[in-house]
Design a protein around this ligand. Structure first.
Ligand SMILES: *Cc1c(COP(=O)(O)O)cnc(C)c1O
Length: 233
């Protein structure tokens, strides 16, 4: 199998697993979009998937690296929806506001205001509030109740449209715990974003099936798409 074939096979594998999870939960697969997390991926691998037409949503977690890649002439010609999923420092807000369609990791009013202030004329940036799903101090995001307050606070910003939640599940959680954690976020999501354009971004390579069963609309997949595996494994 060539590397190109392997990459296409990976996307197809993930897409069919997403479909199966939807089926299991009685959901419409059209309500779920795959986000390809390209932060560790080689340029040529990303280009393979872009050329295949199989991916549209892209996730990057470093502003500098993303800028270098996506403003280059090779990449800029593709029509993509670019999501920032890393921790956004306030001093990078202007750059991020220019480059990204979505900021999926918003967790402070200050950063939201910085984005709003520096956004290009006429641009509306979609934002998801990142919810902290572990007690670990190293993870970004806000506890659920604070996240919900922030949604209300940011309702009136001219250039920012808050339209959902993002979360990273704790490492090593059992499947049962994952179900419970994701369910809790989904309940808040349905209450706080009852209609219109809305996104719930839960699930990564290791836990996206459970996340989609619990209602994720935008799972973020990196290693399952791009990691190099031994042939035949
Ligand atoms: C890197 C990253 C992912 C992708 O993780 P994988 O386990 O490689 O699929 C998803 N979400 C966020 C916020 C990330 O930083």
């Amino acid at each position: 199998m060539t590397r190109e074939e392997e990459l296409i096979k990976n996307v197809q594998f993930v897409e069919s697993a997403l479909c199966a999870a939807c089926q299991k939960a009685g959901r419409n697969p059209q309500d779920v979009s795959l986000m390809a997390v390209t932060k560790y991926a080689q340029d040529k691998d990303v280009l393979t998937l872009l050329d295949s037409g199989l991916i549209r949503h892209i996730g990057e977690s470093r502003v500098q690296q993303a800028e270098k890649r996506w403003t280059s002439s090779v990449f800029a010609k593709y029509k993509t929806v670019k999501h920032f999923i890393g921790h956004l420092q306030k001093n990078k807000a202007a750059k991020a506001a220019r480059l990204f369609d979505f900021i999926d990791s918003l967790d402070s009013e200050e950063t939201a205001l910085a984005l709003n202030r520096t956004a290009p004329e006429g641009k509306i940036i979609r934002a998801l509030i990142q919810i902290k799903l572990t007690q670990k101090d190293t993870q970004s995001g806000l506890p659920l109740e604070e996240a919900r307050k922030l949604v209300k606070k940011l309702a009136e910003l001219e250039h920012i449209k808050v339209c959902g939640y993002m979360g990273i599940a704790p490492q090593g959680a059992s499947e049962e715990e994952l179900h419970q954690i994701f369910k809790q976020v989904k309940t808040a999501f349905d209450q706080d974003f009852p209609g219109g354009e809305r996104y719930l971004s839960l699930g990564m390579s290791e836990d996206f099936r459970v996340a989609v069963e619990e209602g994720s609309t935008l799972p973020r997949i990196g290693s399952r798409l791009f990691a190099t595996t031994l042939e035949g494994l």
